[in-house]
Each structure stands twice: as C-alpha cells, then as structure tokens.
Design a protein around this ligand. Structure first.
Ligand code: COA
Length: 146
C-alpha cells in the first residue's frame, strides 16, 4: 500500500460510498466546488483506492488571523479494511504534504466517532461537539512544524 496525490475523480466513489451513501454515484459531493483541493489516495497492490482524504488552504474558523491554515476533509477508508492503519497512513501523508507546502496548522471538523483517530495523529479538539448535517462533529486541529 502506498499513498499518492491523485485526481479527485479517482477517490470520488469511495468518498461517496463511505461519507454520503445516500447520494447517487453521479451526484455532486461537498467539496466539488473547490478548485484548490489536493486529493490523497491509499492505493493497494492492484492500484485500487482503499483510503482517501483531501486538503486545501482554508482559514481556520477559530484562528482566522493565522497564516498557513489548511483544511482536512473527507477522510475515508473502505468498509471492511478499517483498523489496519490505512487511514493513519493517509492522515500522516496529508500532514507531510501540507507541511511541505508551508502549512502551519491543519484543521478539520471530525465526525465524533473519529475523534480518537485524529487525536492519535496529533489533533486536539476545539470547542464543543456540535451537530452538522444531523451528525455529531468536533472541530479539531494541530500545529505543524517544518
Ligand atoms: C476514520 C477512518 C478514516 C479511519 O480509517 P482507518 O483505516 O480505520 O484508520 P486506522 O486503521 O489507521 O486507525 C483506526 C484504528 O485502527 C487501529 N489500528 C491502526 N493500525 C492498526 C493495525 N496495523 N492493526 C490493528 N489495528 C490498527 C487503531 O487502534 C486505530 O484506532 P483509533 O481510531 O483510536 O485511532 C475510518 O474509520 C472511516 O472511514 N470511518 C468512516 C468515515 C468517517 O467517519 N470519516 C471521518 C470523517 S471526519
């Protein structure tokens, strides 16, 4: 398994299936409107996408004065392949990628069950758990060092 930057179309079905299973395969996904998104994919030995996320420069809502803020979104590992380190490899690759771009912090709006996962990768919570699209979420972020 390796993690690479790929075209967003390659990760689309995995993102839809894991995060928006109620949407039709050809329906627009949140984030489609962004032009600066960088999509990362964990690829298995057959070059199949088994994990993904995307990142893009975006001011941190609770630290808008900070330069170099990037947003991490749509972390997803294929059903049946979780708990094997794929998501962790994608998260670490995203951290490495944005750091190389000069990012100084990385933030996300984590689904509550994923909070321990993000903690394991250096993120800390900000504020209270809140409901977003009917799902409990927690804002989280981490500092980056070059
Ligand atoms: C969140 C998500 C992307 C994590 O992906 P993953 O591939 O399961 O991630 P990992 O395997 O690296 O880590 C998951 C757990 O597996 C365990 N694990 C990691 N590597 C392992 C290994 N080699 N062997 C056994 N267990 C392992 C860890 O205990 C880890 O626990 P944690 O959740 O407390 O960190 C995945 O659960 C997912 O797609 N969830 C549904 C969508 C979602 O909620 N996405 C987040 C939106 S904010």
């Amino acid at each position: 398994m390796n993690v690479a930057v790929v075209d967003e179309g390659r990760t689309r079905e995995l993102r839809r299936a894991v995060l928006r299973p109620n949407l039709a395969p050809d329906a627009p996904l949140p984030g489609d409107e962004l032009s600066g998104g960088v999509h990362l994919a964990a690829l298995d030995d057959n070059d199949t996408v088994v994990g993904t996320c995307f990142v893009y420069p975006d001011p941190c809502p609770w630290q808008p004065e900070r330069d170099g803020a990037w947003h991490l979104r749509q972390m997803a590992t294929a059903d049946g392949l979780r708990g094997r380190g794929i998501g962790g490899a994608v998260a670490e690759a995203a951290i490495e990628y944005v750091t190389a771009q000069g990012a100084q912090l990385l933030w996300c709006n984590a689904r509550e069950p994923a909070v321990p996962f993000y903690r394991r990768h250096g993120f800390v919570p900000h504020g209270a758990v809140h409901i977003d699209h009917e799902v409990a979420h927690q804002h989280m972020w981490r500092e980056l060092s070059a």
